[in-house]
Design a protein around this ligand. Structure first.
Ligand SMILES: [Zn+2]
Length: 575
């Protein structure tokens, strides 16, 4: 027996609605077999009654960048969110980013709000501070809470008063599960229960809003599918070099979180009128990490592009990283809270010293940013970097040509596999007002025997070499990872609705295509500057809506370079 379904709209108003559930990091590599085994019944139902297919993430497939492209329908060169950090022009600094750094105009929920549509958006990464919308918005995990495991307060909610309403009727809305200390202490079973509990708490907020607000577009992202993959992959994938089959009960940990999210998705579905369009998507895929670890700037040093200092500088950089890790594990929560709230800028600068402290800028032409996921390359350019040595113009282009050639000829010393699948010049993948902040070369890193290579700071290279193998059977051995899965390019897309044909697969959809597709589903014109295209399997172009028809790269809406955001499409369409 169901009591209050979302109340139907006033007579004469459009009844079209779109409901989205984000399963952060979800991959068909996991989902497909589980759906076939009947373990994700609600997702299976949507797949059977609607469409599904892989969804191309951004390059690199970082959550922040990917969700920012999702909400704007734009490539990162327009919205300017490339990573959790940005490198302010004219410095070697790093700065934490949040939604306040997003450029490029309106998100699709702002476009909807302006068109008079009502929206609800919960826990979407890259949404602090929350946008003033026609409806309710709760910030995602970039909300500067009290550190891991804390809750979104009024600052992370629009309108602010909703915080009190939610607290009174449902409780506090968690940002992410409090698991870091538990994992540090090896209590993974406790951590798993907290992840499941956080998922349920977040879903409770969504259910409350479904029952107490009118809406045309409703969105909620579960981050726990990503988190559980990062921290529990070694218990679940017996082919992983880090696989351990104990403690008992953790073998199904990723499945249990996916099942909890599937159950919540089913609860949502049961509350929705039949004619609602339901979309389940992720922002990127997931896959295991390799026991091979790279020190990217050491390789650049071998090739003569960078000079690294040894001795005390190297020691300082290592010490700084140790301090950082120690802080996460042991600092009292009041101090972590203080740092999160008041010292973000200082923390960014600290991170920059950790990463760049050993670089001798006067003898460096190019450097990797050495982020631990998908390092990108910057040229030490005169007039842009404080101690730049490479002349702009032809010398810059020649250097990039040489770097790309080297990157694409870079092979694993043991397996012989390519290290970089393809290296892109930034203008091949990004364009727009924030283009200048982009890295100069963006590698698409290859997998090593099916697993993501790990990246570590060059200051930590044991022998000055650029690659090493981890002793994967001994936690605590050098370079043993903290995360056992990484991100992959292929996200998931599943959708069911009145305009969607059932049982078909969709090919070539990209995360930037969602925003124009959602606007079209809700009869709202697509702004001209969105890079994405309406996904034809989801929304038939409305003949009364001149802005909406699918735009092909060839009719001038996208430049050839932006098209490379979707390499698969290029290979099909190019002669
Ligand atoms: Zn993600």
């Amino acid at each position: 027996m169901e009591k209050s379904r979302t109340s139907p709209k006033e007579e004469g108003q459009s009844m079209k609605r779109v409901f989205l559930v984000g399963w952060d990091g979800a991959t068909f590599d996991l989902v497909r077999p589980w759906v076939e085994e009947g373990k994700l019944p609600n997702l299976a139902k949507l797949m059977g009654q609607g469409i599904h297919g892989s969804l191309q993430s951004t390059l690199p497939p970082w959550s922040f960048q990917a969700w920012s492209s999702f909400m704007t329908g734009k490539n990162p060169g327009k919205h300017g969110i490339y990573d959790f950090f940005r490198s302010p022009l004219g410095t070697y600094d790093l700065e934490f980013v949040n939604a306040g750094h997003r450029h490029g105009g309106a998100t699709f929920w702002q476009v909807l709000s302006e068109a008079g549509k009502q929206v609800v958006a919960i826990s979407i990464p890259g949404t602090f501070p929350p946008d003033p919308v026609n409806g309710v918005m709760i910030s995602g995990f970039d909300f500067p809470g009290e550190g891991p495991g804390s809750f979104v307060d009024a600052r992370g909610m629009y309108p602010r008063e909703f915080y009190h309403e939610l607290k009174r009727n449902v409780g506090l809305h968690p940002i992410d599960p409090p698991i870091l200390k538990e994992m540090e202490q090896g209590r993974f079973d406790v951590a798993l229960e907290r992840i499941l509990e956080t998922t349920r708490q977040q879903a409770a907020t969504a259910k409350y809003l479904m029952d107490h607000r009118q809406w045309d577009c409703f969105m909620m992202v579960f981050g726990e599918s990503d988190g559980v993959s990062h921290y529990f992959w070694q218990y679940c994938d017996e082919r992983s070099p880090y696989f351990v089959d104990h403690p008992a009960g953790l073998r199904d940990s990723i499945l249990r979180v996916y099942q909890e999210i599937d159950r919540q998705t089913g609860d949502f579905m049961a509350r929705l009128p039949e004619d609602t369009t339901i979309i389940v998507l992720s922002d990127h895929g997931s896959g295991g990490v390799s026991d091979w670890v790279l020190f990217p700037n050491r390789w650049l040093q071998d090739k003569g592009f960078i000079q690294l200092r040894g001795g005390s500088r190297q020691g300082m950089s290592r010490l700084r990283e140790k301090l950082k890790q120690w802080g996460v594990a042991t600092l009292p929560s009041w101090l972590q809270r203080f740092l999160y709230r008041n010292a973000l800028q200082a923390l960014g600068r600290y991170e920059a010293r950790v990463r760049y402290g050993i670089i001798d800028w006067a003898h460096t032409e190019a450097y990797f940013d050495e982020n631990p996921y998908f390092p990108v390359l910057r040229v030490n350019l005169k007039g842009r970097q404080p101690k730049g040595i490479v002349e702009p113009g032809q010398p810059y282009e020649d250097l990039r040509d040489r770097l790309i050639q080297e990157l694409e000829n870079w092979h694993h010393p043991v397996t012989g596999e390519r290290i970089v699948e393809k290296a892109y010049r930034r203008e091949e993948v990004y364009s727009g007002e924030c283009f200048e902040e982009a890295a100069d070369i963006v590698p698409k890193w290859a997998l090593c025997q099916g697993y993501n290579i790990g990246f570590r700071l060059s200051s930590k290279s044991p022998d000055g070499g650029w690659i090493t193998q981890v002793d994967a059977k001994h936690p605590g051995s050098p370079f043993f990872p903290r995360k056992f899965s990484s991100h992959r390019d292929e996200a998931i897309l599943v959708a069911r609705g009145p305009t969607i044909t059932s049982g078909t697969t969709v090919e070539g959809a990209r995360i930037i295509d969602l925003a124009p597709t959602i606007l079209t589903l809700l009869d709202v014109p697509v702004p001209d500057d969105m890079d994405g295209q309406v996904i034809p399997e989801m929304a038939a172009s409305d003949p009364t809506n001149k802005e909406a028809p699918r735009r092909s790269p060839k009719n001038g809406h996208l430049s050839d370079s932006q098209d490379l955001l979707s390499p698969r499409k290029v290979s099909v369409e190019d002669p």
